[in-house]
Design a protein around this ligand. Structure first.
Ligand code: A3P
Length: 320
């Protein structure tokens, strides 16, 4: 083991023993760090990132609450940024042979292997996915002088919870299934990964209002409702607007279609049931619809989530 890693492990264990701990949502324990809760494996990724990550000039961070559509955004931004080398209608597009999480790595899940990531034509514009809250991003990323950008995506909290609940029970990270009631209570108290979900959303919402050129705030439902408009918004934000020629050729629709739930779930590699890092590729695809919470939550649960959302976002100008 390299010396640095041995030091890191010892430091991490010391840190864990000093942090508030609760019964976890995704794993047996959740630890609170800088105001947010994590399973130990993800927290280790956050610490690695804070210690070792060196941003490059144009890096792109897809930040989401877990289960808000990270996989979808990975596909969309990968296809958008690589559209010249890999036109979205081609039969050999990388998204037809690779799971989105293999093309756009999860920051908290890749150890310290950041430098080997090369997933856009500009080697200084790597694309990463993460759930790290704004307060835990290093200054080098958030400083207004840096050109790094954050594409933030969230989703109706009730759908988000339901998706997370199903995912928790599909993953290999828990030793036994969690009941809907336990998951719900844990989620409301904020113990889910990078929770409280409301605080994570609010942090990026406020930043997107202050620094709209650095943080683009997107919603799953808007992406479903008006994908073309949202694609243009995204392309403009990432300073790679669609040319008239691209618009005329139908490129925007091609990216939307390549990354649609229907297309992605037909790709063999996305059907894989083999566990990698405790989760299967197939577990990132379930229904892909808006409003599925109605099939899972009691009306009391729905009202409670609505009430917390109302209270947390009051005065912020944000409603979900
Ligand atoms: P559901 O469980 O509601 O179906 P994440 O990628 O952040 O883990 O989010 C997973 C959620 O996004 C799941 O929601 C999943 O089905 C949905 N999803 C995955 N790919 C999608 C796509 N291409 N379009 C729309 N939704 C997608």
């Amino acid at each position: 083991q390299p010396l640095e890693q041995v030091d890191d492990n010892k430091e991490f264990e010391d840190l864990l023993s000093s942090l508030p701990r609760e019964k976890g949502f995704m794993s047996s324990s959740s630890y609170q760090y800088q105001g947010f809760w994590y399973p130990p494996s993800i927290l280790q990724g956050v610490i690695n990132f804070q210690k070792h990550f060196k941003p490059r000039e144009n890096d792109i961070f897809i930040v989401t609450t877990p289960k808000a559509g990270t996989t979808w955004m990975r596909g969309i931004i990968y296809a958008l940024m690589n559209r010249e080398a890999h036109p979205p209608h081609t039969l050999h597009h990388p998204l037809l042979n690779n799971a989105p999480r293999d093309l756009v790595p999860f920051l908290e899940g890749i150890g310290s292997e950041y430098d080997s990531v090369c997933n856009s034509p500009d080697r200084n514009a790597r694309i990463f996915a993460t759930h790290i809250p704004l307060v835990s991003l290093p200054n080098s990323i958030t400083a207004s002088l840096s050109n790094c950008r954050v594409v933030y995506m969230c989703r109706d909290i009730k759908d988000n919870f339901v998706s997370f609940f199903h995912f928790a029970n599909k993953s290999n990270l828990r030793s036994s299934p969690i009941s809907l009631e336990d998951a719900f209570n844990s989620y409301c108290k904020g113990f889910s990964t990078a929770g409280p979900v409301w605080d994570q959303i609010l942090g990026y919402w406020i930043e997107s209002q202050k620094n709209p050129h650095k943080v683009l705030f997107m919603r799953y439902e808007e992406m479903k409702d008006e994908p073309k408009l949202q694609m243009r918004r995204l392309a403009n934000f990432l300073e790679t607007p669609f040319s008239q020629e691209e618009e005329n050729s139908g490129l925007v629709d091609q990216i939307i279609s390549l990354c649609s739930f229907e297309s992605m779930t037909k790709v063999d590699v996305n059907k894989t049931e083999n566990f990698l890092d405790g989760v299967t590729n197939s577990s990132f695809f379930r229904k892909g619809v808006v409003g599925d919470w109605k099939n899972c939550l009691t009306s009391d649960m729905a009202s409670k989530l609505d009430q917390i959302t109302e209270e947390k976002f009051r005065g912020s100008g944000l409603s979900l």
